[in-house]
Write a new protein. Sequence first.
Length: 261
Amino acid sequence: MANDTQLEETCYMCSALAVSREHVPPKCLFPESKDIGGLNLRKELITVPSCAAHNAAKSCDDEFLMMSLAGIVGNNSIGYRHWTGKVDRALRRSSYRVLNSTVLKPRRIERLVLDGNLFMDVIWGTPDVARLYKCFEHMLRGLYFHDFGRRFEGEVRLIPGFIKHEPGHAHTWQKLVEARYRYEADSMPRTGGNPEVFYYQRFPTDERGLIAYRLCLYGGVDVYACLIPAAVRMPGSLVAELISGGMKTVITVGEKAFTFN
Ligand SMILES: [Zn+2]
């Protein structure tokens, strides 16, 4: 619990004094041992200091995030069992009201069981992307605070790997970003006491001061992020201008080529 030193700390999101500690990612994403055969997947959870306002604002987003993530395509069996345990109980309790607020236009839920450790849960509908982005932005700011011991001042840009785009620029960009991160990620250490549920990789700060993160939830949900400090002025991207101007542009990552226009 908080000691005198921690009470002096400020919030990971704002300049107010901290009154409690927040889990990053939220604790409810980590299954309780009763749902997973006694396994302890709540080891060494990361916490950061939080003010009262940011603490209160976050609690309803936590459940939203749990509902959104636990049923995403490509989860491992831990994500699946979390879905059938705690998430299912929460859904029944709320008479599926939360699911309706999680997914704007829910159509149906399908559970496909593949071989081995892989399950696919598919929610057909339109996710509340803006709210998901907000949850992940908070998570990134929390991880930055954990890594650097101070609040991040600047912009957080996110590319959730699990949001499926129609073929087009957004789709190609996403594939490009994934390939680029994965190309470098192999050599990066993974941080997280329960990697089946969550781990993250922080890439070395680049020459402009940008910091890239890769988050991985339930073994299959990837989120890529770039933190741009307020002091860093981003030059206009020639590549982005070429692409939006309709110029045929090919970007290669390792042996893969990504073609725009
Ligand atoms: Zn705050």
